[in-house]
Structures are given as structure tokens and as C-alpha cells.
Ligand binder design. Sequence first.
Ligand SMILES: [Zn+2]
Ligand SMILES: [Zn+2]
Ligand SMILES: [Zn+2]
Length: 334
Amino acid sequence: MHELRKDILLGRWVAVMSESKAPSEYNLLSYKTQEERNCILCPGREYETPPEITSVRMPRSSKWWVRALPSLNPVFQIEGDLGRKGVGIYDKMNSIGANEILIESPEHTVRPEDLGIEQMIRVITLYRERIADLEKDSRFRYILIYKDSGVDAGEIFSHPLSFLMATPMIPKTVKDELDNAKQYFTYKERCIFCDIISEELRAGERVILETKNFVAFCPYAAQFPFESWIIPKRHCCAFNEITYEEIEDMGLILMSVLKKLRIIFRDPPFNYYIHTAPNMIPRRDHWHTLGEDFHWHLEIMPRLIRTSGFEWGSGFYILPTSPENAAKYLREVG
Ligand SMILES: [Zn+2]
Ligand SMILES: [Zn+2]
Ligand SMILES: [Zn+2]
């Protein structure tokens, strides 16, 4: 089994694979994604994939709209116990968790922003259902849904899909957000995200798009140029409490922001991920203010620049385009 190790200095976890790659196995230059003719995620090759976890089928047909599968190369495995251990001064545990592939369309070449609203509703509903299902397992502390689009964004399959990762700990990036939101709430008794929403709507200059239920904006101190957040106006800490009306609205605003990025940058590589509340079942008492202090959101990171030693060494990011100008470009297209 793979192993999870904790960085004693920074408190972040890493997964160490049980079979180590040799230096010659790293393809530094010629990393390619799977091509359409070799794609086992396309319809007709279902027997070649691991048995599906769930799917949504077309009425009176064996054809599917969306499918969830276990990952082909899982980092985490679902069976077993956590086996927390100390090794000298260090901490480790078994790589217990879940990795799933959420296939977003039977069509190999469709872009997420071109799925159409009905299909997008199925996709977001699948996200919600997979999170709700995995949260029943109290070994899992966090469930992350993310998308890699383009080779430079870590894409492995060119078929439209997202990934799900259920982990036995809260990832450090999320933990930092939760801790800071909690601290802000303790001090001001207000949700930091609700405050950000009202400030962004008041200032207006970083807003890309606003709908009845959501606002899309470039964060004031973004990490990357054209970084865009989509956040529900209704205060809610958990993505899986999204309503049907909000799902539709989220689908529209997400497709619209992705389309704008595509028009400006002609198909840029990007990642997006949903930051939602951790699984509250295992430690209910610890999270008693979570319902008030955290607010789920989706972050889109276009991969327009390469990070250098400056960013790696300092955690300090340079924005060649200001969030105000990025929002202006995004508002003006599409
Ligand atoms: Zn395919
Ligand atoms: Zn809020
Ligand atoms: Zn976040």
C-alpha cells in the first residue's frame, strides 16, 4: 500500500508510492495525454474500465450521460484501516481514501464550457452525489473535486472529466482557509466569505459576472493572473447542500467564465476545484462554528505563467495583470 507521510515542519501530507519510479521513467519532455482512439472512457469500452460506481443513463437506453468510476491508478485505497504510526520523530499512515473519475460526457471532444446547461446540471449533480455518498465514511475527513484541463495543468485523459479525492486528513490548503475563516469569525462574528462577496459587489471592479445566486470575481490578492472564483451568495458551508436552482445557476456561470477564458487565451490550460466544508461526521464537536464561518466556493486557476524559484522559495506570487484589469478583460468578452 502507498504511504502518507506528514511534513513535520509545514504540517502538510504527501503520498509516497509503494513502487518507486526509476529516473528513466520520468518523461520530462514528451508527456502526452491519451488520444481519442485509445480512450477507454469513451462509450463502447465500458468493459475495459473498472466497474462503475454510479451513472446517469439516457431514458429507455443503455447509453449514459455521466459516469463515476474508481481511478485507474489510485493513490488512495478504500479498504483497510488508517494504521497511524510514528516513525522516529515522524508521522505516517496508510493511504486510505478514494480516487474517482467523474466522466462528464459520452462525447470525447466536447469542452466543459460547451456541455450545455442540461448536461452541466447532470455533472454538478454528480459532484454533489459523490461527495454526499463518501461523507458517510467517517474515515474520510475531506473530499475534493477538481479538474485538470490541458497537459500543462496535469491532464492525463483528454476525455472530459473531473476527479474526486477523499482523504483521511484535511489538505493543508483547505485547513489554512478553514483556520483563517474561523479566526475572522471569532473576531468579527461574520463569515469572511460573505464579507468578501459584499465588498466585491460594492467595489464592482473585480466582478466578472453576477447571477441571481452566484458571483464570479478575480480575488483582490489572487495567486495567479486571471484567477477567478465562483461563490454562492447564499451563506452555506457545504457544497452538497446546493439546491436545484443553484445547480443550474452555477452551471451557467461556470460555463460562462470558462468560455471567456477560452476566448481571451484560446484554450488555456486550467485547473478548477471546489473548496467545501470538511466531513463533519468524524469530529462534530470540533466543527461547531463551521456552519457559520466557512462558505463553499469554486476556484479557477488558468495556467498562464510558469512558477519560478521566486514563488517556490517564498510562496510570494507575482501578478503580471492586476485582478481589476483581468476582471475587465473577462467582463468585456463573450
Ligand atoms: Zn474518450
Ligand atoms: Zn458566508
Ligand atoms: Zn478556497
